[in-house]
Design a protein around this ligand. Structure first.
Ligand SMILES: [Zn+2]
Length: 471
């Protein structure tokens, strides 16, 4: 039975979707003003893995997400790059699609841009004004946060404290306009020349940050959804404000289960621009040949726990993934050359059945990928024992291969047949050896072969050139 940890109640709850067998899921996407960083990728991967697991369990999943393609960050970066806001947003939307495709993140059922739902945003804000939960001041529209019962529950913070913090962040102009420091903007007037603005009943302007998600959910999924996801840093104010807006608009419970993923640290430090460790995924993918190893690193930790990214943890993930791939390749090669022996191995079929059940037990417990992966490694051990056997019941061998493929596809890994990759040092030695052979320096070539062997890379010379395999 699937249980999920709900940030709203701070408890693990039995999962019951609104409509049996069908899940409506929304995950906050990035502001498209730069390449995505590891934190964005972690969130996208965490919820892609959850979506894949729900699909594996037989649910139909509608997955909606957004691009925030307007606002201060987009305006500032567009000026810096000498582009219009629309050109800048488009550039980073394309980059997002490319980077997430490399990480094997499935496309959303619908991915909407804030600028595409402007009429719906305006009528949503108008409704909140009409209901008396919002007020207009000189072209801005604000939401009366404290009028909404239970405001701030999702963040589990003290309301007075939130109030003080909000007051500390206000600039003079906002302080004058807001009835209460904790009120938040639904619409912001915009009169600067050359800056994008949309016409509205309150004058030209653009929506506040929170309203687009409420509107897209209402438009593409309906007034109530099963799962809303995002990074834990979004619980307040973003998701807190989404709840207030949406429940005021519809009068219904907005979200059944709030799921939040943890942070990514780089070399045990918080990621930040000032520390200079703000790694974009675009840069990482350019340096790193095996994108799915990066995906694997970001999947294998439970989605609520922090992940430490470093060269060491990435290497470790690569080693583990290579171990899984090697087990797959070894058995697949055996199956390919075996003469027909179509028997079933009843004992191993039993073991396989319990492996599948254990995998579901692990993942049904709030998508515990760490325990799920431990089960995968039991399967890997079984496959390695099998690949060494003299006689191989082919039907069962094929079942082992198919099961590993299916379980790893839940983690977004679909290239098990791929040969493992060399690290930079190994690749350099291999290149140097090719060069030595070209100039017929066989002493150097032999020495390089020994050095590679010491690193666990076995090199053979063939008519096509060097071939290598890891020990
Ligand atoms: Zn959002």
């Amino acid at each position: 039975m699937l249980k999920v940890y709900n940030t709203y109640t701070l408890t693990k709850e039995t999962f019951n979707p609104i409509t049996s067998g069908h899940i409506k899921m929304y995950v906050c996407g990035p502001t498209v003003y730069n390449y995505i960083h590891l934190g964005n990728a972690r969130s996208a991967i965490a919820f892609d893995t959850i979506r894949r697991y729900l699909t594996y369990r037989g649910y139909q999943v509608d997955y909606v997400s957004n691009f925030t393609d307007l606002g201060d960050k987009v305006i500032q970066q567009a000026q810096k790059e000498g582009l219009t806001e629309a050109q800048l947003a488009h550039k980073y939307e394309v980059a997002f699609d490319q980077d997430t495709a490399q990480l094997n993140i499935l496309s959303a059922t619908v991915r909407s841009k804030a600028t595409e739902v402007m009429p719906e945003i305006i009528s949503f804000v108008a409704d909140l004004l009409e209901k008396g939960y919002a007020y207009e001041v000189e072209g801005d529209v604000y939401f009366r946060a404290q009028k909404f019962p239970n405001y701030g529950i999702l963040s589990h913070q003290d309301l007075n404290e939130m109030e003080e913090n909000a007051a500390g962040r206000l600039d003079d102009q906002e302080a004058l306009r807001k009835e209460d420091p904790i009120d938040f903007a639904l619409w912001k007037g915009e009169h600067r020349p050359g800056v994008q603005a949309w016409p509205s009943p309150w004058g030209p302007g653009r929506p506040g940050w929170h309203i687009e998600c409420s509107v897209m959910i209402d438009k593409y999924l309906g007034s109530a959804i099963d799962i809303h996801g995002g990074g834990i840093d979004l619980a307040f104010p973003h998701h807190t404000n989404e709840i207030a807006q949406s429940e005021t608009h519809s009068g219904e419970e907005f979200v059944r289960y709030w799921l939040h993923n943890g942070f990514v640290n780089v070399n045990q430090e918080k990621m930040s621009k000032s520390l200079g460790n703000f790694t974009t995924v675009h840069e990482l993918l350019a340096q790193y040949s095996d994108a799915q190893a990066l995906r694997f690193l970001l999947t294998k930790t439970h989605y609520r726990r922090p992940i430490n990214y470093s060269d060491t943890t990435l290497d470790q993930a690569q080693i583990e993934l290579d171990r899984i791939r090697r087990a797959y390749r070894r058995l697949a090669q055996r199956v390919a050359v075996e003469s027909v022996k179509d028997e079933v191995d009843a004992a191993v079929e039993e073991q396989l059945k319990s492996i599948k059940a254990n995998f579901i037990d692990a993942m049904d417990n709030d998508f515990n990928t760490e325990n799920g992966l431990a089960v995968v490694f039991e399967l890997v051990t079984l496959m390695n024992q099998y690949a060494d056997q003299d006689s191989l019941p082919l039907v069962t061998a094929q079942h082992l291969l198919d099961t590993l493929k299916t379980l790893m596809s839940v983690f977004g890994i679909d290239n098990l047949g791929q040969k493992e990759s060399l690290n930079q040092e190994e690749q350099e030695l291999l290149d140097a050896r090719a060069q030595a052979r070209l100039v017929k320096d066989f002493a150097a070539s032999d020495q390089l072969r020994d050095e590679l062997l010491a690193l666990g890379v076995v090199v053979r010379d063939t008519a096509q050139g060097q071939e290598w395999e890891k020990k």
